[in-house]
Design a protein around this ligand. Structure first.
Ligand code: ADP
Ligand code: MG
Length: 249
């Protein structure tokens, strides 16, 4: 595992703050993700992990601080936002596939609309990605005909179809039956090994140990630790992290 990749960070948050009413959900967040880095975010429920992911894609607004993607500040709205959003794919716990579209349509739609590719090109790319996640044979099915693990692999293929510079995963395996977790983690491990830049919120500590360059531990809207996994798991610095690890390991 390498440390920070060279060059400009791909994702950089500096002094980011956000409230939901009285709740200070993101408190002075500084986070840098280098090119090709895999950063795993862990922490108790309600600590702000999902909000952090959503803020990186501006699915949530922020009140102060800056977020830059590949050296460019994330605009609050407009065409620039749509462009930058397309650079950072997102995979959710609940898959979020289009239920009334086939698997192949799910992985081509945004290519046609956002990337303005032609139908043939988009379908060829869609099929190649479905093959990569082991689902080419299911191209003409609808999401409801697939298992949860298969749906999540389609969601990953759909995100990859945009040629994103980075992928955000928010608990991608938490809604899955245990026997399906590995088929999704396998795809994620392969992406990590190929050098995809990834921010992954997960409780899968095996994935964190094997594939993460850094582990970020959040509690109560703050980043309490940001360290190499082997250091973090061997010697968590904060009481909160020790307490959290004792509950999940
Ligand atoms: P995590 O993903 O770590 O479990 P979240 O980012 O989902 O945490 O939520 C952090 C806190 O913000 C929680 O207390 C949650 O209830 C609250 N929260 C999340 N989204 C909203 C929202 N849209 N409106 C109000 N409160 C919210
Ligand atoms: Mg969450």
């Amino acid at each position: 595992m390498t440390g920070y990749a060279s060059g400009t960070p791909l994702i950089e948050l500096s002094g980011v703050n956000k409230h939901f009413g009285e709740l200070h959900v993101l408190q002075d967040i500084d986070l840098t993700v280098g090119r090709g880095e895999v950063v795993v975010v862990i922490g108790p429920s309600g600590s702000g992990k999902s909000t952090l992911c959503r803020a990186i894609n501006r699915l949530e607004s922020i009140e102060s601080g800056t977020i830059t993607i590949d050296g460019r500040p994330l605009p609050a709205e407009g065409k620039g936002l749509a462009q930058l959003r397309a650079e950072v794919g997102m995979v959710f716990q609940s898959f979020n596939l289009f239920a009334h579209k086939t698997v192949l349509q799910n992985v081509t739609l945004a290519q046609l609309r956002v990337r303005r590719r032609g139908k043939e090109e988009a379908e060829a790319k869609g099929r190649a990605l479905l093959e990569r996640v082991g689902l080419l044979a299911h191209a003409d099915k609808y999401p409801a005909q697939l298992s949860g693990g298969q749906q999540q692999r389609v969601a990953i293929a759909r995100a990859l179809a945009m040629d994103p510079k980075a992928l955000l995963f928010d608990e991608p395996t938490s809604a899955l039956d245990p026997e399906m977790i590995n088929e999704v983690l396998d795809v994620m491990r392969a992406l990590a090994a190929e050098g995809m830049t990834m921010v992954v919120v997960t409780h899968e500590m095996g994935f964190a140990r094997a594939s993460a360059n850094r582990v970020v531990f959040m509690a109560d809207g703050r980043i309490l630790e940001d360290r190499a996994p082997e250091e973090f798991f061997a010697r968590p610095n904060s009481e909160r992290a020790r307490d959290f690890l004792s509950k999940i390991l």
